[in-house]
Ligand binder design. Structure first.
Ligand SMILES: [Zn+2]
Length: 177
């Protein structure tokens, strides 16, 4: 905050006075009240911030002493509650071992809601898989009517089936677009 509370209060009261035509005395009174109100707000803000900081900091230091950001690495994610290493930190582990869910865990260690609690390589891989699944779904929709055979067919036949299907399915997505 670059302005002082006094400056802010003065600005607010001046703006108000220009509309309502207050006397000097009234302005003085309003200025005091405004200043006090602003100070209360500021104290509340600072108070809340300090309390949050105090709640999080000792636990982070106490368990693993690790910067939460460093717990998510290329090939593993480290549970900040117990220091165990995972490919992916699951709700099941957090619930069973630490009595919290992923949402609470993220909040506690300052992760955003979108932060994946898994090794970075795995996160990337899953993103790619999701893309492929989307593509797969499009193809599946395109070849609807003959869905089951694929998984039951022996490996060699499967190849043929896939190739044949691809050829058959090919024109459909173009139409769909
Ligand atoms: Zn753990």
């Amino acid at each position: 905050m670059s302005k002082t509370l006094t400056e802010m209060a003065a600005e607010i009261v001046t703006a108000q006075a220009s509309h309502t035509g207050m006397s000097a005395e009234e302005m003085n009174e309003v200025l005091k009240k405004t200043f006090l109100a602003l100070r209360t707000i500021k104290e509340m803000e600072e108070g809340v911030g300090a309390a949050e900081g105090a709640a999080v900091a000792p636990e982070v230091a106490g368990v693993t002493g690790m910067d939460p950001k460093k717990s998510i690495r290329r090939n593993k994610v480290i549970c900040l509650e117990c220091g165990k290493e995972f490919k992916m930190l699951t709700n099941r582990h957090l619930m069973k071992e630490h009595g919290m869910d992923a949402k609470q865990y993220r909040k506690k260690y300052g992760f955003t809601a979108r932060q994946a609690l898994s090794a970075r390589s795995l996160t990337l891989q899953r993103r790619e898989n999701a893309k492929e699944r989307n593509l797969g779904q499009i193809l599946k929709d395109a070849r609807k009517g003959r869905p089951a055979a694929q998984t039951d067919a022996p490996a060699e036949n499967k190849k043929k089936v896939v190739v044949r299907r691809k050829r058959k399915a090919a024109p459909t997505p173009d139409i769909a677009r």
